[in-house]
Unconditional design. Sequence first.
Lengths: 285, 228
Amino acid sequence: MITRVIPRLDVKGPNLVKGVHLEGLRVLGKPEMFARHYYQQGADELLFVDVVASLYGRNSILDLVERTANEIFIPLSVGGGLRSLDDIRAVLRAGADKVTLNTAAVRRPEFISEAARHFGSSTIVISIEAIRRNDGGYEAYTDNGREKTGLDAVSWAVQAVELGAGELLVTSIDREGTGRGYDLELTERIVRAVPVPVIACGGAGSVEHVAQVLETGAAAAALASLLHYNVARRSRAEPSEFSPHINLAHLDQPGFAKVQDAELPELKAHLAARGMASRPLPAHV
Amino acid sequence: MSELPPPRAAIVDYGTGNLYNVSRACQHVGLEAAITTSPEEVLSADAVILPGVGSMPEAMRSLEQNGLSDALKTVAGRGTPLLGICLGMQLLMEEGSEFTRHAGLGILPGSVARFPDKGTDGAELKVPHIGWNAVGRPPGSSGAWRDTPLEATPDGEYMYFVHSYHVVPANTESVVGVSRYGGIEFCSVVSAGAVFGCQFHPERSGSQGLRIYREFSRLLVSRQHSSF
């Protein structure tokens, strides 16, 4: 099994943002700059999530996807607020290869089948945002972890695949942005329950966390803080038109000590040392 | 010698799949390529690219309804360079899988098979196969990638795959690239005359994939010069 590492870029209007538990978003810089950097460093795919799509309209993410697709030739997944076949078509036309769906799929599960029939199963990634319940189970949420669905995350994963999802993006809201490591139990339960690849997301605070979640059988690991803060600090140090907007004050707060900085080549070297194969780095790195 | 117009490729649009990134990759390497639904434009192009993701029966239905199926068979028959990508490679075959028996374009003899639920080690195999994987010369082959779009590609280069089915060409000599998933060896590149197909997505395979588009473009230019 050849593992994948997928930088996740949460986007709000023109900015790359990052929060904790998908809330308290702070601006880290321009998504284009991060995307280019990760492409050059050998990222296996990129994931863009428009975190406020329903509030602000979608034109800015379409522009971003188009600009990125013109210079970056690795798979690009795009999600956030996609509600219709026309929405999906527009994002694919702009240059996305896959779309991630959550709220629209929960509201009307047949939407998964319609989307898979139109665009192919492998284009449709169902995003499951889960919070651990007191009874040890997991509940699926929508709207960046704000709305309960009443759905058991594992059963919903199974249903989504039966309806045509080609891949699942499983995010632990509990762990997201904390740097405390992925929710291995959540990931493993879903990996065992479905026949399609699972992308684990939420909680990576060290390169070893990534290795741990891939050991559960996840096909890929998505990550943000682990990679972003490093790039953001550097871009703050090199004054540019973006640097005045970058807000990193929170990084000095105690909780953030949990997130270590890493670069993709270092992460891949760690995975290789742990016996996990991944795409070799591009020659120029 | 007078300057020849640059070769023009037609990217076949039959309503499924993501053609835009194929078009962007062509543009990036300086290959003039237009997305088209028109059989006439396919017939008049210097080269044809057949991309696609999705299901083979639906794709065939769409190609037939739009008159593109006949145009593709014609261009393949007269030796116009034809590049099939992913589902576009599978469509070149005679028939689809045993469970959904249906006709492909029949440009190459052979069929299409789905990955099994388990790998050769008995462990569950996640399908679709999504991700980067090595593309190598078939074991025991003389291994010439000369005069194919793989000419500048090193043996074992990683490319990006997204698929649940793979081709099983009847003519093993046309299998010029193989990959492994769950221990199962499958044909990832097929080449026969002017027909070339790859199961992976070169337009999504970084600079390694762009090199394949660049070689394809270069072959078209040299072909054009040799035929005048």
